[in-house]
Design a protein around this ligand. Structure first.
Ligand SMILES: [Zn+2]
Length: 250
């Protein structure tokens, strides 16, 4: 038979659980006795009745049991959160209802201003479309119907008609086509208002032609346009999952 012996008081135990309980208590009592001896303090702390001791112990044990249950729950929850965060579930929980869904967002992206046209002239059609979308994102932080996460590169999630889902590549490309097509009528209107374009010199013709080509995206390969637009959305919208996990635990 194996015995567990307390090194302090040499009491022997058959049961490991009881032995563990004993050493915590034995060590505490020894330390407390040393404290009392050293300070030679007058102990003005009356010992309660057995009844009250029993009541205190019941109270403590019930509190410990409650803490253990709660701790077990938190540990399970933490483990699950660390292991896998289903992004659709997360989005449903974090943004259950958005005031602007994808359809409303597309409708809201109609106001092509001079600065967006200038972004095209100074760069290319992708710069213009991105500038247009960036303005709406900046005005709707935390309510934008497209989301991305840094650990899921190239994946975008979209909220439409009350549901979150992964956004298919074709939908992202279609969104780009739809938005870039809105630039041409906006450009035409803008061009008509320019006084310096009234007299059609050779130079003006060339200038108009160059602007129009840029607006129509003729200088760029289709696939490159799509790719740049997707990277823009991802980089602009990506959230850090680590900060999300910490946020959820606050
Ligand atoms: Zn002992």
């Amino acid at each position: 038979m194996v015995f567990h012996e307390c090194k302090q008081c040499f009491t022997k135990f058959k049961n490991k659980g009881q032995f563990d309980e004993h050493i915590i208590c034995c060590e505490f009592m020894r330390n407390r006795a040393v404290e009392i001896n050293n300070k030679a303090a007058f102990i003005n702390d009356p010992v309660p009745s057995n009844r009250m001791l029993y009541e205190s112990i019941k109270n403590c044990m019930s509190r410990i049991q409650h803490l253990e249950t709660e701790n077990e729950f938190l540990k399970t929850f933490a483990r699950r959160e660390r292991q896998k965060i289903n992004m659709i579930d997360y989005l449903k929980m974090r943004y259950p209802v958005l005031t602007m869904d994808f359809t409303a967002m597309v409708a809201a992206l109609k106001d092509i201003q001079q600065k967006h046209l200038e972004a095209v002239f100074g760069g290319n059609i992708v710069d213009g479309v991105c500038a247009l979308v960036a303005d709406l994102i900046d005005a709707n932080k935390d309510h934008f119907p497209i989301c991305a996460f840094s650990h899921k590169s190239h994946t975008l999630y979209v909220y439409d008609r009350g549901l979150w889902s992964e956004m298919p590549l074709s939908d992202i490309n279609n969104l780009f086509d739809l938005l870039s097509n809105r630039f041409f009528p906006a450009y035409t209107k803008w061009e008509q208002r320019r006084n310096e374009f009234i007299v059609e010199t050779e130079e003006v013709k060339m200038q108009k032609m160059d602007f129009m080509r840029k607006i129509n995206g003729h200088y760029m390969n289709e696939e490159v346009k799509y790719q740049k637009f997707r990277s823009f959305l991802f980089n602009k919208l990506k959230q850090n999952v680590k900060s999300i996990v910490e946020y959820e635990f606050v």
